[in-house]
Design a protein around this ligand. Structure first.
Ligand SMILES: Nc1ncnc2c1ncn2[C@@H]1O[C@H](COP(=O)(O)OP(=O)(O)OP(=O)(O)O)[C@@H](O)[C@H]1O
Ligand SMILES: [Mg+2]
Length: 255
């Protein structure tokens, strides 16, 4: 059994509301450093809401509010002294539908960098290569770095978005169903990548694919209608869940 690493982020009694609609109820979860924490559960149960609360992406939606604590490195991310731009640099995100900028492959990676750091041009080539290598994309695109990113396949675009997220060196990487639009081969590549990236980052992954959660994650949380039904080591969740609802869901008897 993998050894316990320090807690990088956690929530305590975290609730979240869209206007009068409560989407999360008293969620308490630890997210361990250099581990993959996966969230599973049926559509609408609050997985994305939870993920977007970690880097305050929900702030962009009018009328939202929360109660309880959301901590990264022991600091409440909602406390007034937290700078949201810095937070989002430390907590990167990859979305379900990949969204490369309508720019070249090269610029997709350097764009984020030029906003956040003043790298000399000479260094950029090396950074672009290393990010693309880490995203297992280099060999496929090295001869067309200055072509539009929109000319890549869906799976390549998703890996480019991962390369872009990695380029600013986040500490935590949030991934919301990163493989939902991918074929099995691309999915396999992204899963390998997740496993490699966890040595450097803390990864929080939302997935509808239970085999994927079982394959790549160390911890799994099962959400149902805004509540966290069960959270444990992935092996425990998939072999001997404590709650009947969890068992029903992972064995496909749900609903
Ligand atoms: N911008 C929004 N405004 C109002 N309600 C929202 C908003 N986004 C999500 N919700 C509601 O919050 C609840 C949780 O949604 P969320 O997107 O977090 O679920 P999810 O588990 O990610 O679902 P899926 O698996 O379909 O992506 C749902 O009832 C949803 O309708
Ligand atoms: Mg979602």
């Amino acid at each position: 059994m993998a050894k316990e690493t320090p807690i990088k982020a956690r929530t305590v009694d975290f609730s979240f509301y869209y206007g009068s609609k409560q989407a999360l109820y008293n969620i308490s979860i630890p997210m361990h450093q250099h581990r993959v924490t996966a969230f599973i559960g049926p559509s609408g149960c609050g997985k994305s809401t939870f993920l977007r609360s970690i880097n305050r992406m929900n702030d962009l939606i009018d009328g939202t509010r929360h109660t309880g604590l959301m901590e990264v490195d022991g600091t409440d991310v909602y406390s007034p002294e937290v700078d949201v731009t810095t937070l989002r640099r430390r907590v990167g995100m990859v979305f379900q539908k990949s969204t490369p900028f309508p720019k070249s492959i090269y610029e997709n990676i350097t764009y984020g960098l030029s906003l956040t750091q003043n790298k000399p041009k000479s260094e950029l080539d090396g950074i672009v290569e290393s990010c693309l290598r880490r995203a297992a994309l280099w060999d496929e695109v090295k001869d067309r770095l200055h072509h539009s990113a929109l000319g890549l396949s869906g799976g390549q675009q998703q890996r480019l978005c991962i390369a872009r997220a990695v380029s600013i060196n986040p500490e935590i990487l949030l991934m919301d169903e990163p493989c939902s639009a991918l074929d099995p081969i691309s999915t396999g590549k992204v899963e390998e990548l997740i496993t490699e990236l966890k040595d450097a980052y803390t990864i929080v992954l939302v997935t509808h694919n239970m085999q994927q959660a079982a394959r790549v994650s160390d911890y799994t949380g099962f959400f149902l209608m805004g509540r966290l039904i069960e959270f444990d080591r992935t092996r425990t969740i998939f072999t001997s869940p404590a709650q009947k609802e969890t068992e029903d869901y992972i064995t496909g008897r749900f609903g």
